[in-house]
Design a protein around this ligand. Structure first.
Ligand code: FVH
Length: 294
């Protein structure tokens, strides 16, 4: 059913991501008001029909739903701290990347000033916004999420996680961390291919396919880590993997490709084998990581 009265929405922060969020809202017919610290970045959205606000207070006042997509937590505080009276009774959806403690701090601050905050983690890059592969994680008051979900749907799948305001930030960070681990492997792989004079483009589709297969192991790894039973469902034992991985890194060095990106992982694997866990999966190295903090 077409929504004949789309909710007015204000978007503060028009970097690469905020611009796409605003564009997606305009495409869905929402009246959109935009503000950005550097005003020139509002121009293209105004051409698409957005209203330009001259300061954060004007932007916040224009709509019941306010989206923040700024650089970091500090920029959110810089932008909103002096305007809490305009936020009263509204919903602030913070899509800025934060850590759980910052999301909880923002929720406590919102409670003091009688407005709701939903914290969101965007699992997409700007061109994906509004498309089928984009998903966003939210935490905070359930009623607030239910109220604004029709707005959030413009960005991609809106997945509510928990009332704990920090949950979306935690999962956002976990997913981004997983991404950077994969980025390290991808760059190393393409460096090896380039060192042999082969075009990276040729191996790229094979690598994508392989990584999709590898991703299927995430569920098994999670079960092993939750149960601390690192031998459960092992399909590739750590002793074998440690030997094989060592050969990969030796080969890299022999080609003049530094192994520095992945060497710390190899070292943890060796330590775990040396402590008698060669029959388990690689997941057992989590014991070294957790022993540092908890
Ligand atoms: N782009 C991406 O792929 C990722 C995907 C996952 C989520 N992240 C997070 O989204 C936040 C914004 O990212 P972005 O890509 O839009 O970042 P920039 O293009 O660098 O734009 C930054 C905006 O923040 C404004 N800003 C910075 N400092 C302040 C401040 N102190 N007060 C007010 N505004 C501030 C900046 O304004 P200006 O420089 O244009 O004046 C931009 O609007 C981010 O948390 C990602 O982690 C994106």
């Amino acid at each position: 059913m077409t929504n004949t009265h789309p909710t007015p929405v204000s978007v503060l922060g028009l970097g690469g991501m905020g611009t796409e969020l605003a564009r997606a809202l305009i495409a869905k017919g929402h009246p959109v008001t935009v503000w950005n610290r550097t005003s020139a970045r509002t121009d293209q959205l105004v051409e698409l029909g957005a209203a330009r606000a001259s300061d954060p207070a004007e932007a916040i006042s224009a709509s019941p739903v306010v989206i923040a997509c700024l650089l970091d937590h500090q920029s959110v505080r810089d932008t909103f701290d002096d305007h809490t009276e305009h936020l009263r009774g509204k919903t602030l959806v913070n899509l800025t990347t934060t850590v759980p403690g910052q999301a909880r701090e923002l929720a406590a601050w919102a409670a003091c000033h009688a407005f709701d905050v939903l914290d969101g983690g965007i699992m997409a890059v700007p061109p994906m916004i509004g498309g089928p592969d984009a998903f966003l994680l939210y935490s905070g008051p359930r009623e607030a999420f239910d109220r604004v979900e029709p707005v959030l749907a413009a960005f991609g799948e809106a997945r509510y996680l928990d009332a704990d305001p920090g949950r979306a930030a935690l999962y956002d960070i976990a997913l981004l961390t997983g991404m950077y681990g994969a980025v390290a492997g991808i760059i190393q792989a393409l460096a090896l291919v380039r060192a042999e004079g082969q075009p990276s483009a040729e191996v790229a589709p094979l690598l994508s396919r392989w990584l999709r297969g590898v991703a299927a192991a995430v569920g098994v790894y999670a079960e092993q880590i939750d149960s601390r039973d690192y031998a459960k469902g092992t399909v590739a034992n750590l002793a074998m993997q440690t030997t094989g991985f060592g050969h990969l890194l030796d080969f890299a060095e022999s080609q003049g490709v530094s192994a520095e990106l992945l060497a710390p992982l190899a070292e943890l694997m060796r330590r775990r084998v040396a402590e008698g866990h060669g029959h388990e999966e690689v997941t057992g190295i989590v014991e070294f990581l957790l022993s540092k903090g908890s």
